[in-house]
Design a protein around this ligand. Structure first.
Ligand SMILES: Nc1ncnc2c1ncn2[C@@H]1O[C@H](COP(=O)(O)OP(=O)(O)OP(=O)(O)O)[C@@H](O)[C@H]1O
Ligand SMILES: [Mg+2]
Length: 254
């Protein structure tokens, strides 16, 4: 069955976004489907991160609509978007510097007890959160020097690995990764690409932003290209279409 035979998880319709004089999104429409990796491509400043931030509740669209499983997506805040099943790994990594990996993992969804008490009165189960986080990182073979140190003390690659790992654990519908391998070495990048394949196999819709054409050809079932805020193309990436994609990105075809 092709992905297009099922209804889209995500529909963006006629999205418009301005930042003062900058018209960052110009009437952009796209769909994302379960079990599919969609590459979102474009040069620096094309509007990719802006679109992602609108989908994940960081910015509000000026015009247009965002639907999740056919209904208006409740993305008035990042927390609301997460509750609705949208996990995002931001380009400018949204981890809390002063918190440990486990605290970052469970931020906003802490394990706490006793369950019969209202949330605010429960005790945090730090041991459970540390244990589960360690297990996840172990499973993903992410090595950290110390699990109980604030993430501010970790390298860019380690931080990125934590953010991707967190998204894979909590993913339910749609996972958006904004340049997830940009700060990573070869081995770590490979790990993240494997995680993306796993997320797709688990039935998530995955949107990946990358400037790496090799990754696009290897991984993406479909690619959407933005240029200066406008959607300028959509195709099924392959070795044969790689040059065509590059032309769309830089605007060399016309
Ligand atoms: N918060 C903001 N305030 C003002 N302008 C913004 C803001 N965020 C983005 N922009 C502008 O909107 C345009 C699109 O930026 P965006 O970050 O979406 O690009 P991008 O495609 O993600 O680029 P890159 O590949 O460099 O990450 C740019 O001109 C940028 O300067
Ligand atoms: Mg960006």
């Amino acid at each position: 069955m092709t992905a297009a035979a099922t209804p889209p998880v995500l529909t963006v319709r006629n999205a418009q976004k301005r930042f003062g004089a900058v018209h960052a999104l110009k009437n952009v429409s796209l769909e994302a489907y379960r079990g599919e990796v969609l590459a979102l491509l474009g040069d620096n400043g094309a509007g990719k991160s802006t679109l992602v931030k609108c989908i994940s509740g960081v910015h509000a669209l000026d015009e247009g609509e965002i639907l999740l499983d056919g209904e208006a997506a409740p993305v008035h805040s990042p927390a609301a978007a997460r509750r609705a099943g949208i996990e995002t790994v931001y380009q400018d990594l949204a981890l809390f510097d002063n918190l440990t990996p486990a605290e970052n993992f469970y931020c906003g969804r802490e394990i706490a007890w006793p369950r019969w008490l209202p949330r605010g009165l429960r005790f945090l189960d730090r041991r459970a959160m540390n244990r589960d986080t360690a297990a996840v990182l172990e499973r993903l073979r992410v090595k950290l020097p110390k699990l109980d140190a604030p993430v501010a003390l970790m390298s860019g690659g380690q931080r990125q690995a934590i953010a991707v790992a967190r998204a894979t654990v909590f993913a339910r519908k749609l996972v958006i990764l904004d340049e997830p391998t940009a700060a990573l070495g070869l081995r770590e990048s490979r790990k993240v690409l494997d995680l993306i394949v796993q997320l797709r196999a688990e039935g998530n819709a995955v949107i990946v932003i990358t400037h790496n054409m090799e990754q696009v050809v290897e991984l993406a079932d479909r690619a959407v290209v933005l240029r200066q805020g406008r959607k300028v193309g959509e195709l099924r990436p392959s070795r044969a279409s790689q040059q065509e994609l590059v032309s769309m990105i830089v605007g060399a075809e016309g």
